[in-house]
Design a protein around this ligand. Structure first.
Ligand SMILES: *[C@@H]1O[C@H](CO)[C@@H](O)[C@H](O)[C@H]1NC(C)=O
Ligand SMILES: *[C@@H]1O[C@H](CO)[C@@H](O)[C@H](O)[C@H]1NC(C)=O
Ligand SMILES: *[C@@H]1O[C@H](CO)[C@@H](O)[C@H](O)[C@H]1NC(C)=O
Ligand SMILES: [Zn+2]
Ligand SMILES: [Zn+2]
Length: 654
């Protein structure tokens, strides 16, 4: 979740620096985007490794406790302390997503820390043959000494991740700190060639006359039938530890929880239904949402749930806890929505540890994601999906369903492109064969003249998506743009859209982002309702309009004994006065944002789910560039479309 309100300035400054700075600097071998030299980073790693080894030697059992060895131990500890001084973070990280998330994210300091720790860990595993608990305790000590986060959070995260990291380092030749840090923070290395790949699979040519990037499919308005109604709900993140008496300003990645102490001031007290700060929501907010939809939304034809059930207490997840939350949530959804078909997705918060999805050939139970896929297949097929989805859910958490004759939905697991998923370091090439499968599904759909909606948790072009996966996915979207009528995402917790373009820069697809039910962070709870051209024989399954619904968290918390008042924030078509939600008109709409500041501010408020935080901060020049850039970027770092709009935007600004 991006914490736009506070940190946009820094991340965009870095982005602009990385992208538009001196091109020679950025591409000079051995120098990262911050001007740090690879050899200097390697030297810090070597110093850290050495200092650790010296400390380790003095701690070895059997050493005599003489004065000389005590002095040697003290000297070794002092040396380690000296090295730590050069890499320690001045402030603990408050977020575990690195996506423009705080003054601590993606800074030169963080690069140095990453290179040093990754280098020391790789050496410890490969050269010193550290393993198991001994390895975990070394990493734990580094995490605490480097002030990455509070000690108990270090321990929680490291215990669960170390076995996976150890396996990957032992089994991935050539993996070094540059590849590790450069993969999840591209600014930190000078390009990671081993992570680049292309799919070797024939997709055939675009069928003639079926190119969506022209105005062709805008010609015939849909007949006057009732639109097909799709409800999108996403990112519940309900927290069973949530306490309305909790501390919303706790300094940890998630606050408002039991056992985080009393709020230091009355302003720091958590709210009844959630809190704009780094807090998830109590189960009561989910219940309130369900009650509201039961009262107000009788005629929904289909529901998309785009992932993230589990809360942000990411340092204390476990298979058992996550399984319980996942099963409970889906069972309540089934009870609440009855016979209405729900098509669910897996989010990055569902596995334990967080973000980690192993490729299908990893079968060791301690490392594999099989347990999660079994839980999901079990719940999803029991409640909603046909049996023939089981094989791909067990393989990689993805599936396809023919909802009606002529209308298909594909649900992807795109955490296989997530750079915070360690497994992309081991084997980045189309993990679990998902993209190859997608091509086969789309070829068959095209031949059968079906229209397709694609669901995926992470939106295209997200900074944390491996560039090669994103590029291959975008190629597929371009090839099948006439078959794919719309896409739907979650994950960012903001209301958003991403427009795809063909090789001539013509808009040919769109992905809508559904916001979140959680208030984490700075947003109001929300859901979206799409009116789709569906209820007739030649349906395009295009989105005709999107409605955004939510409630005012401040107001709801001020009146804790009343039920929150849900209201329609926008009808996209009416509120923004667009001709249609076709990619062509959405692209025009983004163009208007560059010249009409009032429209931009209004769009930004809804982007922030009409929250008081969004109204308070407003959207300055940097925010505007980021908002617009995100809307037209579907491949990480490919900013051609942004640059086109930046020209107009910058021409406007005083
Ligand atoms: C670690 O971070 C905390 C707050 O995030 C800060 O108060 C403290 O000074 C830092 N410790 C060191 C040793 O830098
Ligand atoms: C590394 O450690 C493991 C377990 O402690 C041991 O079985 C293995 O032989 C060691 N390998 C080397 C190369 O020392
Ligand atoms: C939300 O409610 C608060 C308190 O009633 C009010 O001050 C604020 O203006 C409302 N926000 C919006 C965006 O309407
Ligand atoms: Zn989420
Ligand atoms: Zn997510």
């Amino acid at each position: 979740m991006e914490r736009l309100a506070i940190v946009v300035v820094l991340s965009v400054a870095l982005f602009v620096f990385a992208c538009s700075g001196d091109a020679n600097d950025a591409t000079r071998p051995g120098v990262n985007s911050f001007g740090q030299r690879t050899e200097d980073l390697a030297r810090v790693a070597a110093e850290l490794t050495e200092a650790l080894a010296a400390v380790e030697a003095t701690r070895a059992p059997g050493l005599q406790a003489g004065t000389a060895s005590r002095a040697a131990a003290a000297a070794a500890e002092a040396r380690l302390e000296q090295v730590m001084e050069t890499i320690r973070l001045p402030e603990r990280m408050r977020f575990f997503s690195l996506q423009s998330t705080g003054p601590d994210a993606r800074t030169p300091r963080l690069c140095r820390l990453c290179h040093a720790v990754a280098g020391a860990v790789v050496t410890a595993i490969r050269v010193q043959n550290r393993t198991g608990p001994a390895l975990a305790s070394m990493v734990d000590e580094l995490c605490i000494k480097a002030n990455v986060t509070s000690p108990h959070i270090c321990t929680g995260m490291i215990d669960s991740n170390t076995p996976i990291v150890e396996y990957i380092v032992r089994n991935t030749p050539g993996l070094d700190s540059g590849a590790i840090c450069g993969t999840f923070m591209p600014e930190c290395a000078d390009g990671v060639a081993s992570m680049r790949w292309a799919l070797n699979k024939d997709m055939g040519a675009k069928p003639p006359g079926q190119i969506r990037s022209t105005m062709l499919d805008l010609k015939d308005p849909p007949p006057p039938v009732e639109p097909y109604r799709v409800l999108q709900i996403t990112d519940y993140h309900w927290d069973s530890e949530y306490s309305p008496d909790g501390n919303a300003n706790c300094g940890e990645p998630t606050c408002c929880r039991k056992n985080q102490g009393a709020p230091p001031t009355p302003e720091d007290r958590a709210g009844r239904w959630g809190d704009y700060r780094s807090c998830d929501i109590p189960w009561e907010t989910v219940e309130e949402f369900i009650k509201h939809t039961q009262e107000k939304l009788h005629n929904v034809d289909l529901i998309y749930f785009t992932g993230d059930v589990v809360d942000h207490g990411v340092w204390e997840t476990s298979r058992e806890k996550n399984e319980y939350r996942i099963r409970y949530t889906f069972r309540v959804m089934k009870e609440s929505f009855g016979d209405t078909l729900i098509l669910p997705l897996v989010g990055n918060h569902e596995p334990h540890p967080l973000n980690i999805f192993a490729p299908d050939y990893i079968t060791d139970d301690a490392l594999s994601t099989r347990w999660l896929y079994e839980v999901l297949a079990d719940e999803w097929i029991t409640h909603w999906l046909p049996e023939d989805t089981r094989a791909t859910i067990l393989k990689g958490g993805y599936y396809t369903v023919l909802v009606r004759p002529g209308f298909r939905v594909v649900a992807l697991n795109n955490m296989y492109c997530y750079t915070l998923n360690w497994w992309v370091l081991h084997d980045p090439v189309d993990p679990s064969g998902q993209l190859a499968w997608l091509i086969d599904v789309l070829l068959a759909a095209e031949a059968a003249k079906e229209k397709v909606h694609i669901l995926a948790h992470i939106p295209p072009g997200n900074d944390d998506c491996l560039e090669s996966w994103g590029r291959e996915f975008a190629k597929i979207v371009d090839r099948f743009s006439a078959t794919i009528s719309a896409q739907f995402n979650g994950h960012t917790h903001v209301d958003d859209l991403s427009i795809f373009y063909d090789e001539y820069g013509r808009p040919n697809n769109v992905a809508f982002n559904g916001g979140s039910l959680t208030t984490y962070a700075d947003v109001n709870p929300n859901y979206k309702l799409y009116l789709v051209d569906g209820n007739h024989e030649h349906a395009t399954w295009n989105v005709l309009d999107a409605e955004l619904w939510g409630f005012n968290l401040t107001k709801a918390n001020e009146n804790p004994d009343l039920r929150p008042e849900w209201y329609r924030m926008y009808s996209f078509k009416e509120t923004f006065n667009v001709e249609s939600l076709h990619p062509f008109h959405l692209d025009k709409f983004i163009g208007r944002l560059t010249t009409d500041n009032q429209l931009l501010q209004q769009y930004y408020w809804y982007h922030m789910l009409d929250s008081d935080v969004g109204h308070l901060t407003g959207c300055d020049q940097i925010c505007a560039e980021r908002l617009i850039c995100n809307s037209v970027t579907t491949i990480t770092n490919e900013i051609d479309q942004c640059e086109r709009y930046f020209k107009t935007l910058r021409a406007q600004s005083p």
